[in-house]
Write a protein that binds this ligand. Structure first.
Ligand SMILES: [Zn+2]
Length: 467
């Protein structure tokens, strides 16, 4: 995710109340799936007791009335015996739930809990299918989920969670699943999503569009966008199809998006093969403060520039193919996406002296305690989208200089390969980098990642940065 310059200043000041503690698992009913997975920042996100393999999300959306009719089919496997289990859902009114074809009872509570009691309990190790039918007026979450655009269209985007506003799911970074969308809209509207568009048909006054993501994806990295889009079709040299879309007021970004093949080549050269089979971008028209790395096809706000596109494309490796284990690991996503766009791209494409840029940035910020106040690793709930953007690139540039280009670029490529389509944490990243060098990085990592002050000079100016 990239936040607009205006938003950053606000985000730094944001503080969210401490997350509630989970109930003592020892006292939990063994036949009840946990309503949350205990993420340190968002403990109620995700659910216990099952593992989703595939989502089939069907929506029928009418832009003028904002009426959304949905049917989501969740294919999962129980990992324990379950008398009840939860999905995360904050969307329109639930009309019916079935599990394995039989009617199930349900109850909604708190921010996004949908507790489902199947007619027959689920057995550990066995697959099951839950189908949730829902309908109602979609609520405008303004960049934190379902978002209404000035044209009357809509799209879904938001981090760390947004999918619950339009379909029920296991909303955690720890449960990736394949994803298919079947959308029906009035014939004069278009529908964009992740993955491959496998159907786009007009039937009478309706348009029916199907999308398929064959690579597993997390909830907040799925999207749907409905607008009167125009399209840009391109291809990479290897044949990978690229499909991008522009809302009527977002046409000004077409020239930037034409550089997508070049940006993918650049990122692939740094981080290894592009992890997906298709790519593109969705340029929306809405007054939102974020652009977001939705898988294969980022959502771009109107203020998007070339740096933003490079940032969101870098996320396809850092965030999408390899995802955080917990939100306290966010530096893996944002430090790398920001460093790629702000340092590596200008260095390679424009010949910019990024060592000089780094020193200038330090000169501007060493006297500003606020700049260093939020640590990069485990920044705290509500503060995770702050220092990773401005302190993160400095950390990675210093790390690169500390261990040398060969070790740095070799190690990050290998780290991505080792965790592809799965999850990784900051402690795993530290241990992996440490295993690639004889230098003891304990002090370096502590100073850069875990303190609330600038690192000492030995870590600020390693190697060629020494002045
Ligand atoms: Zn980002």
């Amino acid at each position: 995710m990239r936040v607009s310059a205006l938003c950053c200043a606000i985000a730094v000041g944001l503080l969210v109340a401490a997350a509630p503690a989970l109930a003592d698992p020892a006292q939990a009913d063994p036949l009840v799936g946990a309503p949350g997975l205990g993420d340190p920042y968002y403990p109620m996100d995700g659910n216990g007791g099952y593992d989703v393999g595939h989502y089939d999300v069907g929506i029928d959306y009418d832009p003028p009335s904002r009426h959304l009719i949905g049917q989501t089919r969740v294919q999962a496997r129980a990992t324990q015996a379950l008398r009840t289990f939860n999905l995360d859902f904050a969307g329109p009114e639930v009309r019916m739930v079935t599990v394995n074809g039989l009617p199930a009872a349900w109850e909604r509570s708190d921010e996004h809990e949908l507790t489902i009691t199947p007619l027959l309990p689920l057995l550990p190790g066995l697959p099951f299918v839950a189908i949730v039918d829902y309908a109602g007026t979609a609520v405008d979450a303004v960049g934190a989920g379902w978002t209404i655009t000035p044209s009357g269209g809509a799209f879904a985007a938001g981090e760390p969670h947004s999918a619950t506003t339009w379909y029920p799911l296991n909303d955690t970074p720890l449960d990736k699943a394949t994803f298919a969308l079947h959308a029906t809209v009035p014939a004069d509207w278009e529908v964009m999503s992740n993955g491959r568009r496998v159907r786009n048909e007009v039937r009478g006054d309706k348009r029916v569009v199907d999308w398929e993501s064959k690579y597993p994806v997390l909830g907040y990295l799925t999207t749907v966008a409905i607008d009167r889009f125009t399209f840009l079709e391109q291809r990479r040299a290897d044949g990978t199809p690229l499909l991008s879309a522009f809302a009527p007021a977002a046409e000004h970004n077409r020239e930037t998006e034409q550089r997508l093949p070049e940006i993918l080549d650049f990122a692939e050269n740094l981080y290894g093969p592009y992890p997906f089979d298709v790519a593109g971008g969705i340029y929306v028209d809405a007054d939102i403060e974020i652009s977001l790395e939705t898988q294969t096809r980022p959502i771009y706000a109107p203020w998007t520039d070339l740096e933003t596109v490079v940032h969101e494309i870098a996320h396809q490796w850092w965030g999408d193919a390899v995802s955080v284990r917990q939100w306290s690991d966010i530096c893996l996503n944002e430090c790398f996406a920001s460093y790629t766009a702000e340092y590596l791209w200008p260095e390679q494409k424009d010949g910019e002296d990024v060592d000089a840029k780094y020193r200038e940035r330090l000169a501007e910020t060493l006297g500003r305690p606020k700049f260093w106040r939020i640590p990069l690793e485990d920044p705290g709930a509500g503060r995770e989208f702050s220092s990773v953007y401005y302190r993160g690139p400095l950390f990675l540039h210093a790390l690169r200089k500390q261990i040398g280009d060969d070790v740095f670029f070799g190690a990050v490529k290998e780290f991505l390969r080792a965790h592809a389509y799965g999850n990784a944490s900051m402690p795993e990243f530290r241990a992996f980098i440490q295993s690639k060098t004889t230098a003891d990085l304990t002090g370096f990592f502590h100073a850069w990642l875990s303190t609330e002050a600038p690192p000492p000079d030995e870590f600020l100016y390693p190697g060629v940065l020494r002045v």
